[in-house]
Write a protein that binds this ligand. Structure first.
Ligand code: FES
Ligand code: FES
Length: 160
């Protein structure tokens, strides 16, 4: 069975015919063509599929697409504006918070959700916010430093 899914995705209202049992992750990648959201474990363990739903991080691999009906969904593609990456994205680049990059969209969306709620997080608060996101490359220190570097500037952007 398919039915119409209405939502706001990356700033744009959409209506799509979506199978009732389709995961949000598959909807984003296969129907909406926002492939920045990654499929890692596909079982709620790695955080690679993290997106924001009404400003709060959520695992797209553990959410049915129709569960976000009427909500505002943001993927990593939403963060760049007018061709310019966000302060948080730039911080990951400058502070070497990304290596192979597979975990990076999920890390950035989890961090973005934290910074919108808490503009000046402590190191422990950053660690807690990213606890569900796994990285095989960086050892995590550079990721935490990236979020610390973006704190403040990132939230001024979000408040605008
Ligand atoms: S792909 Fe969703 S948590 Fe790993
Ligand atoms: S940068 Fe490679 S998995 Fe995180």
């Amino acid at each position: 069975m398919k039915s119409i899914l209405r939502l706001t995705l990356n700033g744009r209202a959409r209506e799509d015919l979506v199978p009732d049992n389709m995961l949000l992750l598959d909807y984003l990648r296969e129907i909406a063509n926002f492939t920045g959201t990654k499929q890692g474990c596909d079982g709620g363990e790695c955080g690679a599929c993290t997106v924001l739903v009404d400003n709060r991080p959520r695992l797209a691999c553990s959410t049915l697409a129709h569960q976000v009906a009427g909500k505002t969904v943001e993927t990593v593609e939403a963060l760049a504006t007018q061709g310019r990456i966000s302060r948080l994205q730039a911080a990951f680049h400058e502070k070497l918070g990304t290596q192979c990059g597979f975990c990076t969209p999920g890390m950035i969306m989890a961090a973005e959700g934290l910074l919108r709620k808490n503009p000046d997080p402590s190191r422990d608060e950053i660690k807690t916010a990213l606890a569900g996101n796994l990285c095989r490359c960086t050892g995590y220190v550079k990721i935490i430093e990236s979020v610390e570097a973006a704190a403040g500037a990132c939230c001024q952007e979000a408040a605008q």
